[in-house]
Design a protein around this ligand. Structure first.
Ligand code: IVH
Length: 694
């Protein structure tokens, strides 16, 4: 970049960052996540460091805080509510320690570390032991009074009392006396984080999707939105939680651990992983350990908060800008980052849907280098306003395919190219058609090679017919030479068909035919999943199978046809988790002439379907929610899950107040502690066996 171009980029970045800061801090709205904004700030910071002549006083890198909303009453914080500086690596963490030791060499450098929950900070003021005000942080000096909404959070005590809980602290009796005095007469200030669990968030979104509303972006925003709106009934319905992390009132305490212990004594929920660390090395190990656990935790975290444990050292180090030197946010790799879209290609899936895929300038997102991202459909491209060459936000979470979630139009140079919606399938050049809602593009050609190939791969995959030795390469070859054009053809293959094909020795041809034969018997759920019906994933297929098996005897593919012929879109929606979209897609699938022919062909091939057993015990566990933890001796995880489902129960991956039973195997995980905490009934493997054998 020339100096002129650098200056222009800096100006555009500053404008963009300021815009998002304003949205976030002033209007309580957010178009991009904090980590995406951090990515932009990071680029600006780097450019400014390399070109200091372009640093101006009004640059976002030079400013602190925002302005509060006036939707709620304003509350002036007694002491300024500070925030934290971030570090992203061990090196940066060790630099922080080194700097502090230089500033205050005689300090005690032990640390108290806890999880940094991705929610938002709330300050609670208890006057004479009773909750008087709950306020948001605002700009740190003035926040908003959200007391009515906060009072709906059950884990926040409305009045304080000293609880009889064990804490490992020899000074606790002395502290309890001090606290009791403050509770009687005085003010106590507690700080903590309001958040929403992943499970509640997903429930809300499932509900929204069912009623045709757009899903919320993430638990943090949803929690913040629930508190910063004026109706306490909405806040209550959102099942928010509160985790306390600080007492900023002096109760004679000497360390941060004292605060944590006292919070427990006062009946607040605190981070169960929080602990004391003798040195930075121990902290770094903790960071690694929690990073591994991150995805399995019931709430989102974005790192650790590390406090110098000794209050005197903490205070001597003082505050710089908006943050105390004595504490730091030791963040995990961000799950969002910014990069450039170099190109957009089109993929044709097994249902014929044309999906645009963004080719990205490779970027590290949350520890993995990403070069492709799904764009879902052309409506999404229009919604994003995406052009080739744009700077975008890429989001990754867990194992899902990364997505483009935001375009920075202000960073355009003018050289960006429009993305054209294809009129023809890129594989077979047939016409494409839009669905009823005008969103999804489909290749109309039933025999489109891309379509049949994808559906063939799906049909033989592990969770479907699970045919060993029939990998994508062989399937592609077989369709190239016209031996198979739909998945029923697989069952009509003979050794003689295979042997002339390159790579097939007589023996392997024989083995493959044997393998295919041995898979002619299949469970109904797997059969339904194998068909590749739009919106029918593994879980939905299990529910459908149970529903159908209760109503009629299904032994062969033609029985499946007649069973679905009796259903309507309305009747299918009685099945849990099946909404209007899935019901419509199922009905359409079985109405389609070509699909009916393929099912009939499967019938002729002698496919045998095993229906789930609907025993007299089918309702034994009706409506009961189970969570499994640890290893079971008598069955695998999947077998145990199937047994529960067959008996009418549900299996959930995390423990919550909705859980009825936690089945505890050997070496149980943290789910056991959670169950004990929530007083949820636990079952040993023997107890579980007894119940299911009743
Ligand atoms: S201590 C001086 N502890 O992270 C501020 N903060 O980046 C002291 N947060 O504003 C904060 N979990 O909203 C602390 N265990 C934890 C936290 C935590 C989440 C949030 C909090 C704070 C922000 C700082």
């Amino acid at each position: 970049m020339t100096k002129k171009e650098i200056k222009q980029r800096i100006e555009k970045l500053k404008k963009e960052i300021n815009y998002h800061r304003y949205l976030y801090h002033v209007l309580d709205r957010q178009e991009i996540s904090e980590s995406a904004l951090d990515s932009l700030k990071h680029e600006l910071y780097k450019l400014e460091q390399e070109n200091p002549e372009f640093i101006t006083k009004d640059s976002p890198t030079q400013r602190v805080g925002g302005v509060p909303l006036d939707k709620f009453e304003k509350v002036r914080h007694e002491k300024r509510m500070l925030s934290l500086e971030d570090v992203f690596s061990k090196e940066e963490f060790e630099d922080w320690e080194r700097r502090n030791k230089k500033i205050y060499p005689s300090g005690k450098y032990e640390y108290f570390g806890e999880l940094k929950i991705d929610g938002f900070a709330i300050s609670l003021i208890y006057k004479n032991g009773v909750l008087e005000v709950a306020a948001t942080r605002g700009d740190g000096v003035v926040g908003e009074d959200v007391t009515q909404n906060i009072k709906t959070i059950e884990s926040i005590p409305l009045s304080l009392q000293v609880h009889d809980v064990f804490v490992d602290n020899k000074n606790i009796e002395k502290y309890k006396k001090n606290i009791e005095k403050i509770i009687k007469k005085g003010t106590l200030n507690i700080k903590g984080e309001v958040y929403m669990t992943k499970e509640v968030f997903e429930q809300i979104n499932r509900q929204r999707e069912k009623s045709g509303e757009p899903p919320y972006a993430n638990p943090r925003n949803t929690a913040a939105g629930s508190i910063r709106q004026l109706d306490p009934n909405i806040a209550r319905s959102r099942k928010l939680e509160f985790l306390a992390y600080a007492i900023t009132t002096d109760f004679g305490h000497k360390t941060h651990k004292d605060e944590h212990d006292m919070l427990k004594v006062l009946g607040f929920k605190t981070d169960k992983y929080a602990s004391l660390f003798k040195n930075s090395n121990e902290v770094e190990k903790f960071w690694e350990e929690i990073l591994k656990k991150r995805d399995s935790l019931p709430y989102q975290i974005d790192g650790l908060v590390i406090n110098i444990n000794d209050n005197k050292t903490f205070q001597m180090l003082g505050v710089v800008g908006k943050a105390p030197r004595g504490a730091i946010a030791f963040k995990f790799p961000a799950e969002e980052a910014t990069t450039i879209v170099c190109d957009v290609s089109v993929q044709v899936g097994r249902t014929g849907v044309l999906t645009p895929v963004a080719h990205l300038k490779p970027i590290n997102v949350g520890g993995t280098v990403v070069s492709r991202a799904s764009l879902h459909n052309y409506d999404e491209i229009r919604r994003l306003g995406l052009k080739i060459g744009d700077t975008v936000v890429v989001q990754r979470s867990g194992d899902v395919i990364p997505k483009v979630v935001k375009v920075f139009e202000n960073l355009r140079t003018g050289k960006e190219k429009e993305i054209k919606e294809p009129k023809k399938c890129p594989i077979c050049f047939s016409d494409v058609k839009k669905d009823k809602n005008g969103v999804i593009l489909r290749c109309e050609n039933k025999k489109c090679p891309a379509k049949s190939r994808e559906s063939l791969h799906h049909f033989v995959s592990k969770k479907a017919f699970d045919i060993d030795g029939l990998g994508p390469k062989i399937l592609d070859k077989l369709s190239d030479i016209g031996l198979i054009s739909d998945f029923a053809d697989i069952f009509f293959l003979t050794e003689g068909d295979l042997v002339p094909i390159e790579r097939f020795a007589e023996k392997s041809a024989k083995n493959l035919i044997e393998a295919i034969k041995s898979k002619k018997e299949i469970e109904l759920a797997k059969f339904l999943y194998a068909l590749g019906i739009l919106h029918v994933g593994e879980e939905t297929a299990i529910l459908l199978a149970k529903y159908l098996a209760k109503k009629s005897k299904i032994k062969k593919p033609s029985d499946v046809l007649s069973a679905f012929d009796k259903e309507t879109e309305e009747s299918l929606q009685e099945i849990p988790d099946i909404g209007p979209k899935a019901a419509e897609s199922i009905k359409n699938y079985f109405k389609d002439k070509h699909n009916r022919e393929v099912l009939q062909k499967l019938n002729d091939a002698g496919i045998i379907i095993k229906s789930p057993k609907i025993s007299s015990q089918a309702n034994l566990l009706e409506g009961k929610v189970f969570v499994l933890t640890g290893e079971l001796k008598s069955f695998t995880r999947d077998e145990a899950k199937n047994i529960i489902r067959d008996l009418g129960g549900k299996v959930s991956s995390s423990v919550s107040s909705n859980t009825d039973f936690v089945v505890v195997g050997e070496n149980p995980g943290s789910k056991l502690q959670k169950a004990e905490k929530l007083k949820i009934k636990t079952l040993s493997e023997e107890d579980f066996l007894k119940i299911i054998k009743k």
